[in-house]
Design a protein around this ligand. Structure first.
Ligand code: KG4
Ligand code: ZN
Length: 335
């Protein structure tokens, strides 16, 4: 199938055409990151206004040379409601006009599908996927695209939020994750010891809010500490917390075929190398292109394809646009 994907859950306006869930025919993203860099974060009303202005141009650009499509897949949630509505309203109208079916995709299923894009070999289930972004942090054991179990999730902040809030404490510009990673790249990750959250619990879950608080007090009490070293040590603590849960999950789930790392934070080089190192012989994949890690429409089109393959006609069922689309409604669960 050739699917047009549309994604507008946060401050991006994205459209893409993907064939068979793997072959990227077009990938267009209009980002307002530069605009929100000045305000220090996304202003929801402003994001939706900008998305309204550019969605038709973005879709038109994605369809250029790829006009024949079999279906449209759109992010139905979670995200900022005004932003989501720009995407779903456009997708609904286009589907009616072009007389093609419409597929509502949970944003998380999009991220989970991002490792298939452009892949030369088909990933092998069962797959352990660590999905880390500004909105969520989850560990999935998947037996197919849309079936699996949620092994662990964050109990408070997402990993991306830990980066973003840490960056704010260090006085770094928005978006915080990349700025903190850039500062950390020249620092010593073992200079300071930040806590290991939930270390005494038998769980795959995470908790990042204590790390952020630890950084806040560390900066207050050690104003002379080298900022590069503080950033690197804080980044290391986040990555160690993430990697430890994956190692535990591998030990308790024999026969894992591959480990995947997806979502905006999968761009982080320290996380990539620490996770890869901890896996030994198990094949490891990240999205092939950095633009497939952060929010994009290619992954939504791919997820649409997999929903149709595994759920048949029900993939085309009616859906609501939901700011808090629950995980249980998305995927999966069940073995
Ligand atoms: O997936 P994404 O684009 O949007 C959400 O669904 O949240 O992820 C954005 C998150 C932000 O928190 C951003 O700071 C983080 O990903 N991020 C990074 C890096 N690049 C983006 N965090 C750490 N290191 C990076 N290099
Ligand atoms: Zn995302």
């Amino acid at each position: 199938m050739r699917i047009l994907g549309i994604e507008t859950s946060c401050d991006e306006t994205a459209a893409a055409v993907v064939e068979d869930g793997r072959h990227v025919r077009s990938n267009v993203i209009a980002s307002s990151k530069d605009v929100f860099a000045r305000s220090g974060g996304v202003i929801p009303e402003e994001a939706a206004r900008r998305q309204t202005e550019c969605i038709l141009h973005v879709v038109e650009e994605a369809l250029r040379g790829n006009n024949a499509i079999d279906a449209i897949a759109v992010t139905r949630g979670p995200g900022l409601l005004g932003s989501l509505l720009v995407g779903t309203t456009t997708a609904r109208a286009l589907a009616l006009l072009r007389k093609v079916p419409l597929i509502g995709v949970h944003h998380t299923l999009g991220h989970l599908s991002s490792t298939w894009l452009g892949a030369e070999t088909e990933p092998q289930f069962p797959i352990l996927t660590l999905s880390v972004s500004g909105g969520h942090t989850e560990l999935w054991h998947r037996t197919s695209h849309t079936r699996g179990t949620l092994l662990g999730r964050t109990r408070d902040d997402a990993a991306g939020e830990a980066f973003d809030k840490g960056a704010t404490l260090l006085g770094l510009p928005y978006p915080g994750g990349p700025s903190l990673a850039a500062l950390a790249s020249t620092g010593d990750p073992h200079a300071f010891d930040f806590p290991k959250p939930l270390a005494k619990e038998d769980t795959f879950d995470w908790s990042f809010s204590g790390l952020k608080t630890a950084l806040k007090y560390f900066l207050r009490d050690n104003p002379q500490a080298k900022r590069e070293d503080v950033a690197a040590s804080y980044e290391f603590a986040i990555c160690r917390h993430l990697t430890d849960s994956v190692s535990k999950a591998i030990a308790s789930h024999p026969g894992i075929g591959e480990v995947h790392l997806v979502g905006g934070v999968s761009r982080n080089l320290r996380l990539r190398s620490m996770l890869k190192e901890s896996l030994a012989h198990i094949p490891f994949r990240i999205p092939l292109d950095p633009s497939f890690c952060t929010d994009n429409a290619v992954m939504i089109a791919a997820a649409g394809e997999f929903l149709v393959r595994e759920r048949g006609e029900t993939a085309y069922g009616t859906f609501e646009t939901q700011a808090n689309a629950p995980l249980a409604s998305v995927i999966l669960s069940l073995h």
